[in-house]
Design a protein around this ligand. Structure first.
Ligand code: SUG
Length: 447
């Protein structure tokens, strides 16, 4: 049966801000305390979704999370009404409060790992929400992510949802950002390549020395087990710890895969020649596998991290050619721009490029590929998806109107002291759950 790839883009939440929370993520640290524009951020994301939809691609919408996370502030000892909790937290620890206000769930490449039915022994699509336990603000995401996934893929016949892995660094799991799938076509059995940053139990494997390795081998193996992956549909390779220390905190900052193409930097993986040989040997398809390695001489690691070239989405168009959906930063970087022009003229399926302005997300280290969770779905599975989360022109108009009504165009440090921000944010999300027919997914709707 024919299958398509659906990209579920994270809708940026109304409290999008720059708090410098992600040690190891260069952009997050360098924009700490800059003022943010949540309205511009959500509209930039919606423009990308609209452009993908207009190319004839299936596009989905992934709702934001309720922020601030009042429940975690209660767990941390703040008491009283919501207003009092915010006032107390702002006085006691403003950065903690901002972490509880983070809109980081927008980067849905980190929401979960998804295995298409063609790769699984029970023929279901499997989902495991990522525990994201390397960063406090991100560790608040998995419960709501699972609730959202269940509301979007609400059909036990086709979809299987798993609880996130144990909340402990040994099982650090960052979802699809460390997971590539290679296949002849989206409907075919694919090779799921899990890329881990370090092993928790095997000390013989190297670790980065400066920045954390967020994804562990043990987490990747557990996800593959949960998803009942066919034995020949799984491969585990290690990210190069040297580049993690240079700001490559997720594999999708240094490599991107689509269909029979893997575009990666020549320093992406540990013992790269051997890793790529393993991929070639394990590839299940019949088509030629294109592995495009970008040399350091053409694109340095610094340029890769600042431009987010590898965080482009790689998309198959109706005629079979591929489009690179890149951030504008790639256009502005001379070396990267030159490389892209060379790439699309050379003999490989990537023939087109489009640049998008995603600056609000980029300044926190989230490019085009971070903003989307991919699911390859056949016709029956696609029909079983909650229709209200599928993108359309009507939905676009409704969401633009919704964002213009509810979102502020500026947030600075002192705004987090104002409990009105909570009221506005919850109101916006309450309305959104109706627009996207999600039910009562947020804790504030369940009290
Ligand atoms: O986890 N930034 C995110 C960016 C995630 C990018 N995702 C992928 N590469 N798939 C992170 O580091 C910054 C938040 C702040 O500092 O306010 C942040 O969480």
């Amino acid at each position: 049966m024919h299958a398509v790839e659906v990209n579920f883009d994270g809708l940026v939440g109304p409290t999008h801000n720059y708090a410098g929370l992600s040690y190891g993520n260069v952009a997050s640290l360098s924009h700490a305390s800059s003022h943010s524009n949540p309205r511009e951020a959500v509209l930039q994301g919606l423009e990308k979704m609209k452009a993908m939809h207009e190319l004839g691609l299936e596009q989905g919408i992934f709702a934001p999370h309720a922020r601030p996370d009042i429940n975690v502030l209660k767990r941390l000892g703040f008491t009283g009404s919501d207003r009092q909790i915010i006032e107390k937290a702002f006085k006691a620890d403003p950065i903690l409060l901002r972490a509880c206000y983070s809109a980081s769930a927008m980067w849905t490449a980190n929401a979960a790992t998804v295995s298409p039915s063609a790769d699984t022994l029970d023929g279901k699509v499997h989902f495991t929400a990522a525990n994201l336990n390397n960063k406090f603000h991100r560790s608040l995401e998995p419960t709501t992510t699972t609730a959202l996934l269940k509301a979007m893929f609400n059909n036990d016949h086709y979809f299987s949802h798993h609880c996130h892995l144990p909340d402990q660094g040994f099982f650090g799991d960052e979802g699809a950002a460390n997971h590539n799938r290679l296949c002849d076509s989206h409907a075919d059995t694919g090779l799921e390549v899990f890329v881990f940053g370090a092993s928790s139990f095997n000390n013989a494997l190297p670790k980065p020395s400066k920045f954390p390795a967020r994804q562990t081998l043990e987490a990747s193996q557990a996800v593959a087990r949960l998803h009942q992956l066919k034995p020949h549909s799984q491969l585990f390779i290690q990210q190069n710890p040297v580049v993690i220390d240079q700001g490559v905190f997720h594999n999708d900052v240094i490599a991107v895969a689509n269909g029979n193409v893997l575009l990666c930097h020549e320093q992406a993986f540990l013992n790269q020649a051997h890793a790529l040989d393993e991929i070639k040997k394990a590839y299940t398809g019949e088509k030629t596998l294109h592995i495009i390695e970008v040399p350091t001489q053409k694109v340095s690691i610094t340029d890769a991290v600042s431009s987010y070239l590898f965080n482009s989405q790689l998309i198959t168009l109706a005629d079979g050619s591929m489009l690179l959906v890149a951030p504008q930063e790639c256009q502005r970087n001379l070396a990267v721009h030159q490389y892209i022009q060379e790439l699309i003229l050379s003999d490989n399926p990537i023939q087109h490029v489009r640049f998008f302005d995603l600056r609000q997300s980029m300044q926190n280290g989230g490019g085009p590929a971070c903003l989307r969770l991919r699911a390859a779905l056949n016709a029956n599975e696609l029909n079983a998806v909650n229709p209200a989360v599928r993108f359309s022109h009507d939905k676009y108009d409704q969401l633009v109107n919704w964002a213009n009504t509810h979102y502020r165009d500026s947030l600075t440090s002192n705004d987090f002291a104002d409990p009105q921000l909570l009221t506005e944010s919850y109101q916006a999300l309450d309305e959104l759950t109706s627009l996207l027919n999600l039910g009562s997914v947020y804790p504030f709707q369940q009290q």
